[in-house]
Design a protein around this ligand. Structure first.
Ligand code: RIB
Length: 279
């Protein structure tokens, strides 16, 4: 094995450090790690598979005691091979493990359902969705909850109205034209960053939110309260997801044989001003 000795470090891999969702998540990890005498080694893979495997190997070489992985790129069996071979415990958020392993999730299917039910209640039936081109499991569940609910109410959303882009502001901005093609009354952005990109695109198209088109996002990052109109979204407890992840990995480092933990944290809808009531 490549391991030298314990450095009381936890490797943390996130896909995008620019996204405030992940900075809150990282702060949660930091606070628990520091309290326990551990230092997090933080890596942003920038959605780049090569960089990600480099970081995984470097974490091993630098004797990380455990890893928290919130990454979207590598398939999980790859992560499992590298880390398992080296006896390094890891915890996943956003994806399901290949073999039983610790995970954290935040009710994504339910989050999708909540948003769909809310839009339907406000009279929206023709809706577009903007999602990630290579969605992780949590995003797939989020989308499924949304699509299932519209279908159950008799307003199925066709595949053509599910637009795939990058999970960033720029991704949302670039998706605007396509999202608007069939004149939806509302657009579901799979995360707030995408929603913010759409805000710019919609503004440039000469349209007004929510008068001409309504928007909902997901995550409840702090920016959602600073954009105009304030964004209606689903709150994910990103800081608490971080503290929980750190507690779980520290417990796993101390006892590799303890029972597998699959923790699910609650979410809630935050109603603001970006959805028009069509009733
Ligand atoms: O905004 C980042 C997204 O990536 C969040 O929704 C989170 O769940 C992660 O999947």
């Amino acid at each position: 094995s490549l391991i030298r000795r314990s450095g009381r470090t936890i490797g943390v891999l996130v896909p995008n450090i620019n996204n405030p969702f992940f900075s809150h998540f990282l702060r949660g990890i930091e606070s628990v790690a520091m309290d326990n005498g551990y230092i997090p080694l933080i890596f942003g893979s920038n959605n780049n598979q090569k960089l990600e495997s480099y970081y995984l190997f470097e974490s091993i070489r630098r004797a990380a005691d455990g890893m928290i992985i919130a990454s979207a790129i590598s398939d999980v069996s790859y992560i499992d091979n590298i880390l398992n071979q080296n006896g390094i415990p890891y915890l996943l958020t956003d994806q399901a493990p290949v073999v039983a392993g610790d995970t954290i999730d935040a009710n994504n299917y339910q989050g999708g359902q909540l948003l769909a039910a809310y839009l339907i209640k406000k009279g929206h039936q023709r809706v577009a969705v903007v999602t990630d081109r290579q969605p992780t499991l949590n995003l797939k569940q989020r989308l499924a909850g949304f699509l299932d609910t519209f279908k159950q109410h008799g307003f199925p959303i066709s595949a053509a109205h599910v637009i795939e882009t990058e999970l960033t502001k720029l991704g949302g901005y670039h998706a605007t034209e396509q999202a608007l093609v069939d004149k939806p009354t509302a657009i579901f952005a799979l995360n707030d960053e995408i929603a913010i990109g759409l805000y710019r695109g919609i503004h440039e198209a000469g349209l007004e939110i929510p008068k001409d088109v309504s928007i909902v996002g997901y995550d409840d990052i702090d920016l959602t309260e600073y954009i105009v109109p304030n964004l209606t979204t689903v709150h994910q407890p990103s800081f608490e997801m971080g503290t929980t992840a750190a507690k779980l990995i520290l417990a796993r480092i101390q006892d590799k044989d303890r029972a597998i933990q699959n923790v699910s944290l609650p979410i809630n809808l935050v109603e603001r001003e970006s959805v028009r009531d069509l009733n």
